[in-house]
Each structure stands twice: as structure tokens, then as C-alpha cells.
Ligand binder design. Sequence first.
Ligand code: ZN
Length: 181
Amino acid sequence: MNNRITFTKILKHFHTVNKHRFKVFLLCCRVGIPIQGLFHDLSKYSKEEFWESVKYYQGDVSPIRNCKIQEGYSKAWLHHKGRNKHHYEYWYDYNLKEPTPMIPFRYVLEMICDSFAAGMTYQGKKWTQEYQLSYWNRVKDEARMKPEIKKLLTTVYETVAKKGLKAGLNRKYIKNLYDNM
Ligand SMILES: [Zn+2]
């Protein structure tokens, strides 16, 4: 595995981050959280996250994942999840009586936008509306997330798989699911 920092990798990683953030912003606008969308993932430009991700840049998978596979842990990820409330890992606390607490609605929305945008960014032209559900089904058992929120995400991804983004990535629809948890 080539973990050298090169100029090409710097440009490519920078481009991936910008592309992803722009997609998240557009999706966040759809669900009424444009400002949150604008500030999404800004910590990826910090030195702690940026340089590790350049080093482990691979193109088709997340550099954080790549680093975790090679090193056993990722400092960039620890930095990232400690600052970004749209990650359920931010809320997880094994010391709590309930280690997976409720996540405020606006961060659940941002989490959903993030997941779709990430799928679109890494899949490119291969992305289909069924993609997120199949990805989620592969990872959901491992996610240390409040079961009710897991169920909400499953419902949203199922709706998008069946009826498209417009039907599933819809603020009213998601709010209704959230309020009825
Ligand atoms: Zn993030």
C-alpha cells in the first residue's frame, strides 16, 4: 500500500471533500437546514484530519477506513467524531446508563443527508436509489445507535429505494417518523 503524501493526492482529497460537502449542502437545503449544510464536515480541513486522509487516500473508499484497516485506528476519525454531531458516534458514551442516547432531530437530518451524499460521492455514476439501503443493511448491526433511530433510518432508506429521494429525503416525512418514535 502506498501511503506517501503526493501533490496529486492532496488535490484529489481536497476535491473529494469539497465535492462531498457541496452534495451535503444541496441535500441539507432540501430538508431545510442550509446553514448546517454549509458548516458540514469543516473539521476535515483541520491538520489532524486533512493530512492523515491525504496519506491514506485511495479514491474509491474512505481514507479513514483505509487508515483503520492498516493502522488499527484513525486519529483523524477520533478528531472528526468528537466534533461533528451528525455522527451517532459523537453521542455514544459507554459510561451512560443508556449509551446510545436520543439524537436531536436536526442532526438526524444531517446524518441522513451525509449518508446519501457519501454514497453518491464514492459510487459516482454507479449510484442508484437502492444503494443506501443495501449499504445500510450491511453495516446497521454494528452501529451503536439508539434502536429507534436505526428503525427510522431503515424506513427512510427503504422509502428512497422504493420511491426515490423526493419521497424519502423529505423533512415532513422524517419529522413525522421522528416524533412517532
Ligand atoms: Zn462528518
